[in-house]
Design a protein around this ligand. Sequence first.
Ligand code: GLU
Length: 514
Amino acid sequence: MSQAVRVRFAPSPTGPLHIGGVRTALYNYLFAKKAGGQFILRIEDTDQNRYVNGAEDYIHQTLKWLGITPDESPWNDQGEVGPYRQSERKEHYAKYAQQLLDDDKAYYAFDTSEELDEMRERLKAARVDTPQYNAITRMQMKNSLTLSKEEVEAKLDAGEPYVIRLKVPRKEEVRLNDKVRGWVMVHSTQIDDKILMKSDGMPTYHLANVIDDHLMGITHVIRGEEWLPSAPLHVLLYQFFGWEDTMPEFAHLPLLLKPDGNGKLSKRDAEKHGFPIFPMEWKDPASGEFLAGFKEEGYLPDALLNFLAFLGWNPGNEQEIFSLEELIEAFTIERIGKAGAKFDIQKAKWFNEQYLKNKSNSELAEYLRNDVEANGIEVSQEKLERIVHALKERVTFPTEFWTQGQYFFQKPDSYDEKVVRKKWNADVDKALSLYADALEKVDHLDAGNAKATFASVLEEEGIGMGKVMQSLRVSITGQAGGPDLMEIIEILGKEEITERIRLALEKLKDQISE
Ligand code: GLU
């Protein structure tokens, strides 16, 4: 019988969750849901020095906004294997560290930082490339392998600071079959005697991570590629604990790369190119540093998830738009690529545009209503819906309904200079004036008869439509471009349109060119 799938997302609350972390959470979620399994959220907060206030709440709010809901977490605690914050699980780590000590798989080390520095200097002088605490050097250091049992006990009794280190075997090959990378082999000489328990009594990431994955019944570890180098060490720990039979499978996700593909995506790139790489805004409580968020920039949660799903995975066909349900259906680890994924913000915008366009006018009208009301303007629901309909092919973010559509609510206070300079001439002056007169006589003005009226005025005067169309637009909206002009005319109505045309004719009368 195959075991029910249980995966975990295990962020450390050391700052705002990076967008790469969100992708990791998403892939775990998709994998779990597809298999009908459990998605667990565990907070890895054993590093007290790097703990940042508010970071856990940020993770919580982000997942909530995106709708990636953990089945078990510190916030809903649905499972039997909690608590889900490592700082609340200390007794487990102490117990299993003791087990390793008892089995001669770990040892106490009492070296001071000066002594460790001395060791490194000595090795460097002897031309050792990567000086480390390992099977050879440990025998020259101050630890329970070199000191007598009595000496060790005396030190422990005296409360001398110590760490517990893993006793990595000297000559052994550690291998694992990563579901994305394939076989990864590491010789134990390349693994140092990692600290498992720190002198403050807290476990290190490696120890806590392995113990928790075991105790929480994790079947698959899906995480960023930066953890691949640690994986052999984790395998070794599973072996030392005698947990190989239930060791999770590993899948290390490809790196997120800079937009040009050269190197890992960083906060600096985001700042340089002016795009967010954090899901939501973050203000650092200590430094006051402010980081932009996808949410506040106007990205829709589904669009962002769809974008992130494609950073390292593809469905193997042409389909690009996937709802969360469809992603769950389509997702497989086999289709995760090895190559780093370029972070292309244009693609993120494209997804957002598609998702916006697919929303109903009444949903979109809500976004516009907020901005309209915040500006003290009253507009009917029907009009809001017609405005968003006119604009929805042209916006990337919901706020643009307001910023791009200002002219739906107020007369232009300036006119596109270039159009005026190049196109505003005697023909325009005459044609627009006659058009305003003709519109007065139209009974039920709509896009169709607005256009027909314009055409017939122009025909009578022998003026080509191409010569005056842009000026008509500028007289109504002030801008050189925008959605279908006849649709705008219909939305604004006869009175407003004739007023605007006449106002422009008046204001621009000194600027008529030959
Ligand atoms: N706490 C680690 C992190 O912050 C988790 C790594 C893992 O998933 O094993 O990324």
